[in-house]
Design a protein around this ligand. Structure first.
Ligand code: WT7
Length: 674
């Protein structure tokens, strides 16, 4: 079932009996001071979700108050029905209007470290309001209106946050594409979203190298004539191609420098009043088919849920000098929700770092924590495992005493990494919040709360307010303590996905069709296998579908297979996950070749490159095996479980009684990569 079974390792069973009480002294000042308070509020949030969420929404600004908190007809939820607001207003204008315009909203640090140290920019709420308003006016002047999807493909620079907030300000949903994705991936997403404008940069810095963002956009534009305008931020100053070609749509030129456009734009731009259910953004994520799906999030519910989870899970308090840092890229949901949208309304500065964790040295993150006195730090298990490997001397060189809360997200954290994080980074005094959630859930769903929840290494512990999580079978029957099952959400929550862009059927089939109770009630299927222990704590084991979690990033095995077979040499491919020390799950590919191609290392390298070109470097297989045939059942299904066993190096591959041709198995074992 699980490809990444850290949650069920012997170590975790041993650690399971070890509970870490909430840090001493924390509870007095924390939003959630005790387990009694959590239980009381949780119980109320489930019994009276409308009362609970209505109160939370009241902490934010609305142009028109909602008439009804929730309208639910599975699988369609409408939250804050009739309410009008703007998330950009709540992130930016609200702070300025309350007199906090001079406070830092974003603290940004570039990757290059010259003789004078790294470039640091502190952007106040007032600066942000000016910059966002200008960009919003620029977008309008290029013909972008409410509902038009704008594609953003940028490095981790403040202008990325400015671009997304500018879109939100005028009601143009954004589709942000992570800078590690390929030209092909950009083209696919642009076409799916029907996007006519792309915001990018000449390049971005990563591990001392330049990522050729503009070049990738140019290549993507050769595959579609949808794009009328490309806005280019100058970041690296390298030479780039420039396209003056008049666009047939409006006769203007295609490429524009960001700095030219904003110079001519006004600082004043009123926020568009958005219906609570107006689309805020689309974010593509991998599923079980070859085609990524555009997950849709709307304005009101997403705003309220990410605001509250940011506040409670990280224990954010404005005005007391907290500095919050999430190390994710904004190109993933973690960055959308927990660098920008959930954090800014809490009026705690959010740190944005442009580059790699080990550039110029393996202590870069700890250097940033020390210099900016970071109080809340949120990262991924894969990063923690890399830090462990690089050695304790790097964090030990730095004063990390400012840290108060540590967070992790993206995959199950193995107890060894948890303990290291707790001891070496947290000095045994910081609560660890292991947050389980997904692109689809928009915000945290199951997580400890600092000052309140006793933690167990490897468990994401208990559900957040309003989240009715359960471990069930396909009929929705709840499983007993420590019995494995499907992780399901039984009631709607504010930041839930509202659909898959342009694919209603897939939305229903993927999330709402596999768990149906006797009386016909549909539960949300997360796609993870999990169990609850005797304390009711959740232990997520990993994906139960053909999705693998590589370094905390989701990839569909079919997506990688499609990329492989699009190469001339490959006739058929099967991709499975395999254990990987740093990535958690690595990618193993089994390929049968067309006649005339030599099964050698040169071809392996060519295929890796090809996959990087089709999807992005994160999808490069870690292992490629060539084989005459793939193991299939008599009905023609590829036996992935068996391939997983082989990829793991298990001598005795599981049950093979349904294997059609047993000789395939022997040959596969000999196919080892040299
Ligand atoms: C999948 C969602 C949510 C932002 C990052 C990933 C896995 C995520 C945890 C956790 C165990 C986790 C699940 C989930 N996952 N967080 N704390 N413990 N597993 O977002 O790309 O949408 O992937 O990541 O398998 O389904 P995503």
């Amino acid at each position: 079932m699980s490809q990444h079974a850290s949650g069920s390792s012997i170590e975790s069973v041993l650690h399971e009996t070890r509970k870490f009480p909430p840090a001493a002294g924390f509870s007095k000042s924390a939003h959630m001071g005790s387990m009694e308070q959590y239980r009381r509020e949780y119980e109320r949030s489930i019994r009276d979700p409308e009362g609970f969420w209505g109160e939370v929404a009241g902490e934010l600004d609305w142009f028109t108050k909602w008439a009804k908190v929730l309208d639910w007809k599975a699988p369609d939820a409408k939250w804050f029905v009739g309410g009008k607001t703007n998330i950009c207003h709540n992130c930016v204008d609200r702070q300025v209007e309350a007199g906090f315009g001079a406070e830092p909203a974003i603290i940004w640090e570039g990757e290059p470290t010259g003789s004078g140290g790294p470039e640091v920019r502190r952007i106040s709420y007032a600066d942000l309001k000016r910059d966002v308003s200008r960009m919003a006016n620029v977008l309008r002047s290029l013909g972008v209106g409410k509902g038009d999807i704008v594609t953003i493909y940028m490095p981790m620079v403040p202008e990325l946050a400015v671009a997304m907030l500018a879109c939100a300000r005028i009601g143009a949903p954004h589709s942000i594409i992570f800078g590690g994705f390929s030209a092909q991936a950009i083209a696919d997403r642009v076409v799916d979203a029907g996007s006519r404008v792309i915001i990018t940069a000449d390049g971005g810095w990563r591990r001392g190298q330049i990522v050729p963002l503009k070049e990738n956009v140019d290549a993507a534009c050769t595959q579609t004539d949808l794009i009328d305008h490309v806005i280019v931020l100058e970041r690296t100053g390298q030479q780039i191609a420039w396209h003056h070609a008049p666009s047939p749509a409006n006769g203007s030129k295609r490429d524009h420098w960001w700095h030219d456009l904003v110079q001519a734009a006004s600082d004043e731009c009123a926020c568009e009043p958005m219906d609570a259910e107006d689309l805020l953004f689309v974010l593509y994520t991998s599923g079980t088919t070859g085609k990524p799906k555009g997950i849709m999030h709307t304005t009101g519910g997403y705003m309220v849920h990410t605001y509250l989870t940011s506040k409670i899970t990280f224990d954010l308090h404005p005005g007391i000098g907290q500095v919050y840092w999430c190390t994710a890229d904004i190109g993933w949901i973690t960055g959308h929700s927990y660098i920008v949208y959930g954090v800014l309304p809490n009026r705690v500065p959010t740190v944005m770092y442009e580059g790699a964790p080990n550039w110029p040295g393996a202590d870069r993150f700890w250097d940033i924590v020390e210099r900016h006195k970071v109080t809340q730090f949120y990262t991924a298990p894969t990063a923690i495992r890399a830090f462990m490997k690089w050695g304790d001397e790097h964090p030990k060189k730095h004063d990390l005493s400012s840290l108060r809360v540590l967070g992790t997200v993206g995959e199950p954290i193995n107890p060894e990494a948890w303990m290291w994080y707790h001891k070496v980074i947290g000095g045994e005094k910081c609560p660890i919040v292991d947050t389980w959630w997904q692109t689809e859930t928009g915000g945290h769903m199951i997580t400890p709360l600092p000052g309140c929840t006793a933690t167990k290494p490897g468990s994401c512990t208990l559900p957040f307010f309003g989240v009715d999580a359960a471990i069930v079978d396909e009929q929705g029957n709840e499983r007993g303590p420590n019995e494995g099952g499907l992780l399901a959400i039984r009631k709607p929550w504010p930041s839930m996905l509202r659909g898959i862009l342009g694919d209603r059927e897939r939305f229903i089939a993927t999330y709402w069709s596999d768990i149906v109770t006797k009386d016909g009630t549909r539960y949300y299927k997360a796609g993870d296998g999990a169990r609850r222990d005797e304390d009711g704590y959740f232990w997520v084991m990993g994906r139960i579908d053909d999705v693998i979690n590589v370094s905390g990033h989701r990839l569909g095995t079919m997506e990688v297979e499609s990329a492989l077979v699009s190469h001339d040499a490959v006739v058929e491919a099967a991709v499975v996950g395999m254990p990987h020390e740093i990535k958690g799950t690595g990618i193993a590919a089994f390929c049968t070749l067309a006649p005339g191609f030599a099964a050698d290392d040169a071809l392996r390298e060519a295929l890796r490159k090809h996959v990087a070109g089709e999807i992005g470097a994160i999808a490069k297989p870690d292992m490629i095996r060539f084989t005459d045939a793939l193991p299939k059942t008599r009905s023609g299904k590829i036996m992935r479980r068996l391939l997983r066993d082989i990829a793991e190096g298990k001598e005795q591959a599981g049950d093979t009684t349904t294997l059609e041709d047993l000789s395939v198995l022997a040959k596969l074992r000999e196919s080892k990569e040299s």
